[in-house]
Write a protein that binds this ligand. Structure first.
Ligand code: URA
Length: 239
């Protein structure tokens, strides 16, 4: 059971204070009847709650963000703007967090959610959910680089990466590396290229599992994921 005011604010109806005001003004119904009691205990799974006649949203939120460079993949930061800071205001109080990290200077597909179990499933090292990145580099990708990626790059600390796929692609008139990895170590893609003598000058994630960054989503914008989108993350998963 959950307090009505807490239930409403956790589902995006406003701050705790705002929803208390709404409840007291008679704008809220529970199971068809106006309720003015802010601390009424309701069953969050079965109660039918409306605010100004509108059904209250789902508990879990799943967002695709086209992360810009310059913001950090965290919920709070004392110095930098976070991906949560740049969400539209109606998504601010939903307990959202980034499911996984992109470096501050990396752009592209980031999933933001408040569903801890889902995030755990997506990020679990055992699941090997694949992630694909487009990397612009300061030098040429050679057959040797592709071979090293295929065989598992070894970092200077002795860690041997899982085999990864590296293809040469084009972005405008520039050659880029399209790399697919099955794990998510710290600075993984940058370190893999660094081990082969190449420096990344721009990095963008374009897919997680079979979910692709919407090419029409402007940098810094976000959109809700459908159930099918969420399933796509796990389709083709080898575990
Ligand atoms: N690998 C990196 O080096 N950086 C990222 O942001 C993601 C993967």
């Amino acid at each position: 059971m959950e307090r009505l005011d807490k239930y409403l604010s956790s589902r995006g109806a406003g701050s705790r204070k705002e929803v208390q005001g709404l409840i007291k003004s008679g704008a809220v119904t529970v199971d068809g009847a106006v309720c003015k009691q802010t601390d009424l205990k309701i069953d969050p799974d079965s109660a039918d709650v409306t605010v100004n006649g509108q059904a209250v949203g789902e508990k879990f939120v799943y967002i695709m963000m086209n992360k810009p460079a310059g913001v950090v993949s965290a919920t709070e930061d004392s110095r930098d703007k976070t991906v949560i800071d740049i969400l539209p205001s109606d998504l601010k109080r939903r307990g959202l967090f980034p499911a996984g990290r992109l470096d501050k200077d990396t752009e592209g597909l980031l999933i933001i959610t408040n569903d801890g179990d889902f995030a755990h499933r997506m990020l679990s090292p055992k699941k090997h959910v694949e992630k694909t990145y487009v990397a612009s580099l300061d030098g040429e990708i050679t057959e040797d680089t592709i071979y090293s990626f295929e065989n598992g790059v070894e970092f200077s600390d002795g860690y041997k990466c899982l085999p990864a796929k590296l293809e040469i692609g084009e972005n405008g008139n520039k050659t880029v590396g399209i790399v697919t990895i099955f794990e998510g170590k710290y600075h993984q893609v940058k370190r893999m290229f660094a081990s082969c003598g190449l420096k990344i000058v721009h990095l963008k994630r374009i897919s997680i599992g079979n979910l692709y960054l919407d090419s029409k989503l402007p940098i810094g914008a976000c959109k809700s994921l459908t159930n099918l989108d969420i399933q796509r993350i796990f389709i083709g998963n080898i575990h």
